[in-house]
Design a binder for this molecule. Sequence first.
Ligand SMILES: CCCCCCCCCCCCC[C@H](O)CC(=O)SCCNC(=O)CCNC(=O)[C@H](O)C(C)(C)COP(=O)(O)OP(=O)(O)OC[C@H]1O[C@@H](n2cnc3c(N)ncnc32)[C@H](O)[C@@H]1OP(=O)(O)O
Ligand SMILES: NC(=O)c1ccc[n+]([C@@H]2O[C@H](COP(=O)([O-])OP(=O)(O)OC[C@H]3O[C@@H](n4cnc5c(N)ncnc54)[C@H](O)[C@@H]3O)[C@@H](O)[C@H]2O)c1
Length: 288
Amino acid sequence: MAFATSQVVRGFSSSAVRNVVIKNVTIIGGGQMGAGIAQVAASTGHSVTLVDTSDDILKKSIKTIEGSLKRVVKKKFADKPEAGEEFIKKVVQNVSTSTDVESAVQSSDLVVEAIVENLKIKQDLFSRLDKLAPPHTIFASNTSSLSISDIASSTSRQDRFGGLHFFNPVPMMKLVEVIGTPATSQETLDSLLNFSKVLRKTPVSCKVRLYVSDASKEDIDIAMKLGAGHPMGPLELADYIGLDIINSVIEGETKDPNNPLFNSSDLLNKLVAEGKLGRKTGEGFFKY
Ligand SMILES: CCCCCCCCCCCCC[C@H](O)CC(=O)SCCNC(=O)CCNC(=O)[C@H](O)C(C)(C)COP(=O)(O)OP(=O)(O)OC[C@H]1O[C@@H](n2cnc3c(N)ncnc32)[C@H](O)[C@@H]1OP(=O)(O)O
Ligand SMILES: NC(=O)c1ccc[n+]([C@@H]2O[C@H](COP(=O)([O-])OP(=O)(O)OC[C@H]3O[C@@H](n4cnc5c(N)ncnc54)[C@H](O)[C@@H]3O)[C@@H](O)[C@H]2O)c1
């Protein structure tokens, strides 16, 4: 079966920005998230090297991947079990494992880190890899909570550093948050967004701090629908409830006046003043 492979090409996307498309992916940390990321990258034709600290852990990682793939093929190849077995074999063949992180990054186009949620350990790892990985290699962290800028600060490639925040369980969750810092180049962001799409995920791009002005209203709603399983995103829901009602709740009496949740919103006040109350007036955050 020919996978939809992505070749390492240096071409020009429509935005006339060089866009490195990724083929060789090194994933560091073969736990819950790293094994899932390895699975979806290998399932979409990438050559994956999965790194952890011991062979025993890596054997467990491969078993986790095989178990998950069995659940996937039970649906995807329901009436073609042999094709399902073949699919699993090909995907697992795309994953090699290693405990030698230094050799594992020698030919990487992308390194995704999914190790312990500890800033110093992540910084030390990336500082080591920065000296070993090829100049074009993009670094990304799957961190849940740490600042990408802080992690990237231990390297000399902050323009080629971003966040790729997958959601658990990776084979099932469509959302990937692609995070850029002020130093992340557009080429890197484009490459990470494209990589996420090749993985058949729905990427949303976020800045280092998520403000309404920096993340589109569509991306905020996609993130909450796909990342937290909400049936409606928060802005679509606000339109559904009515922005005048929402504003009354925020501006009204509260027992907790210092709670930032009740801070007045200039945008909300503006929309209400313009009579854009959401579904009931045909326009709010979105048009209906
Ligand atoms: C304790 C309070 C703390 C408060 C403070 C919090 C502070 C913030 C902490 C942040 C922590 C990190 C957050 C992280 O950075 C971001 C995240 O990842 S958040 C988590 C996002 N994920 C979710 O919200 C998951 C929600 N759950 C689901 O979507 C579903 O339950 C499920 C996991 C998809 C499972 O599906 P279900 O229908 O529920 O049940 P099943 O298990 O039977 O699965 C059905 C079916 O789906 C397929 N499938 C399920 N899992 C997998 C898998 N891993 N691989 C492949 N296929 C899978 C499969 O076909 C199943 O059918 P079956 O095989 O069982 O026949
Ligand atoms: N668990 C989640 O739901 C979730 C979701 C999104 C993002 N994340 C983030 O992903 C990262 C990993 O989380 P997880 O849940 O997969 O953790 P995990 O504990 O399941 O896996 C971490 C793996 O990293 C390995 N490891 C630790 N230090 C290492 C090193 N120096 N070199 C190589 N391997 C090393 C560990 O042996 C372990 O196998 C964290 O940053 C976490 O915040 C977690």
